[in-house]
Write a protein that binds this ligand. Structure first.
Ligand SMILES: Nc1ncnc2c1ncn2[C@@H]1O[C@H](COP(=O)(O)OP(=O)(O)OP(=O)(O)O)[C@@H](O)[C@H]1O
Ligand SMILES: [Mg+2]
Length: 526
């Protein structure tokens, strides 16, 4: 696939992908593949480009055959995909040919060959074939000849038109007209939807509530995005106060909170890209991801990496492209990729995908990560580095790789405090020294489980003990009953500590690792 990166394009109010397509057409690219769910909107943009560049415009579909810009059919026989390509081959005037939903025919040897012929014949003739469709399916023979453009989801300007249409269609006098600030917020809330979806969502709100109801718009949008099946909108209630320890990580994240504003750009701060949290299971990686969502007050989108690979519907590459596009259109937001390596190990065992697919999906992701300019903060979490593709870990991909180890003594004290208080027990009534001493090598999750398990014991023993009843001895007993993961996976932990000491930043002051393995890369707050 040719790179479709475009040099400085003038800001003329059009969406970036329209400018990108125009650039490719002007540069005489013979074959352009536009991936979009919005056929009408993208085709309208192509018609405008044809007009501006004084080229004829044809569209083809399986049902209509080849149709010229004035609506004249080139004959029923051109419905046949092969005949359509012949038609393109024969016409010699400068033109843009849009082939709607041609992807099923890209498997046919004749069509592949004919497109390759066209790729060779069209340059310098001011003729461009645009393949327009919702999915990208390219045989490897064609990859080098085709420039791919992912069509952008609507900008605020486009969504304003959708809102105007919905308002225009509402019965006069029956609905409350939104003032300007409410219109702005409604448009913000609809970012991430196609123009048609947005119009439907606005109309639904007008019918249901007789006004623009932001709650309806947001709920509908989240519903539509969930339907993609790979992205989930989360509304986490976790806060930084609910995380014991991880001070260096928390400080880093808190410092980046304001870095997404225009003022920060003007000041010269780069846009934060994202971080990778690596570490031992149950030590607060997912917890931190959720807490960042509420601290930064940004939408938190969780990408299910397992589903990206595992689904039988659509291709894995398609899934990741759709997810990244959606995240960009909702930005500023946080894109959370939880348990990255689980998706990868699932690949090996599912038999659905192969190594080639994995490499391409990660390739798409890594390229996007490297080049993205939109305020999408990526938060990836993983516990096994060995399974991750090395290119993901290379410098420049993430702002930082943080290593999260088992909680230190001070951190365990805080974690006990948090989880006792969460269950209505006053930590001041407990001998925390004893609890901390008995939980060496336990993860945050194991500490939480011990507290919960002790609660069950306490209730079993004395159901009328009152809401404060929970003897420390029962918590100590629950700890004794648990074999912490760190005991069973000693070797893995040693390995990941070794790896992280030189390649990652510590999420906290892990003096024990320094003592055991030598000095770390850096321990200061950044
Ligand atoms: N540092 C911590 N402070 C408070 N609670 C913690 C901490 N670490 C873990 N927990 C508790 O354990 C639960 C599980 O932790 P979490 O899901 O964040 O682990 P993880 O690091 O993502 O593990 P995995 O690698 O298995 O996904 C949390 O929801 C929280 O209740
Ligand atoms: Mg997790």
């Amino acid at each position: 696939m040719k790179s479709t990166d475009t040099p400085e394009l003038v800001q003329d109010g059009r969406i970036a992908s329209d400018r990108q397509i125009e650039y490719l057409i002007r540069a005489d690219y013979p074959l352009v593949y536009v991936v979009t769910n919005e056929e009408a909107r993208s085709e309208q943009a192509l018609r405008r480009i044809a007009l501006d560049r004084k080229r004829a415009f044809f569209h083809w579909s399986l049902t209509e055959g080849v149709v010229s810009q004035d609506g004249r059919s080139a004959g029923d026989q051109t419905r046949d995909p092969q005949a359509a390509l012949e038609h393109v081959f024969q016409t010699k005037d400068p033109a843009i040919y849009v082939l709607r939903d041609f992807h099923p025919f890209l498997k046919a040897p004749f069509c592949v060959r004919r497109l390759r012929d066209l790729a060779a014949a069209l340059p310098n003739t001011k003729r461009t074939v645009v393949l327009l469709g919702p999915v990208l399916e390219l045989k490897s023979e064609l990859e080098k000849d085709v420039a791919v453009v992912d069509y952008d989801l609507p900008t605020r300007e486009v969504l304003r038109v959708s809102l105007d249409k919905a308002l225009g269609g509402a019965p006069r006098g029956k609905v409350e007209m939104p003032d300007e600030p409410l219109q702005e917020r409604a448009i913000d809330a609809a970012l991430g939807l196609t123009a048609k979806e947005a119009e439907n969502v606005f109309s639904k709100s007008l019918v249901q509530s007789q006004r623009v109801d932001l709650d309806v718009v947001i709920a509908e949008k989240e519903q539509i995005i969930r339907k993609t099946g790979i992205l989930d909108f989360l509304h986490p209630e976790e806060t930084f106060e609910g995380i014991g320890g991880l001070e260096l990580l928390k400080a880093w994240l808190a410092k980046r909170q304001k870095a997404f504003s225009r003022e920060a750009r003007d000041f010269g701060l780069p846009l934060p890209k994202g971080i990778l949290l690596l570490g031992i299971p149950g030590c607060g990686k997912s917890l931190t991801a959720k807490a960042v969502g509420s601290l930064w007050k940004m939408p938190l989108l969780r990408l299910d990496i397992g589903k990206v690979f595992g689904s039988l519907v659509g291709s894995s590459e398609e899934h990741i492209r759709v997810a990244l596009k959606t995240a960009e259109s909702v930005a500023p937001c946080i894109l959370w990729l939880d348990e990255l390596e689980k998706g990868l190990s699932g690949v090996a065992s599912s038999g659905v995908s192969d190594a080639g697919t994995t490499a391409r999906v990660f390739g798409t992701f890594v390229t996007w990560l490297q080049e993205k300019r939109s305020p999408v903060f990526v938060l990836a979490t993983a516990n096994q580095v060995s399974l991750l593709p090395p290119e993901l870990l290379r410098k420049g991909r993430f702002d930082e790789i943080f290593y999260v180890d088992l909680p230190t003594e001070a951190e365990r004290r805080e974690i006990f405090r948090i989880h006792l208080a969460k269950r209505g027990r006053d930590p001041a009534n407990y001998d925390l020294d004893a609890l901390v001493g008995a939980s060496e090598g336990y993860s945050g999750s194991e500490i939480e489980q011990a507290v919960i398990s002790a609660l069950f014991d306490a209730y079993d023993e004395k159901p009328d003990g009152g809401p404060g009843y929970l003897p420390a001895a029962m918590v100590l007993h629950a700890l004794e009953e648990t074999v912490p993961l760190s005991r069973t996976m000693q070797e893995e932990i040693s390995r990941i500590r070794d790896w992280s000491r030189t390649r990652a930043r510590f999420a906290s002051q892990y003096a024990h690792i320094v003592a055991e393995k030598g000095p770390a890369r850096k321990l200061e707050i950044g």
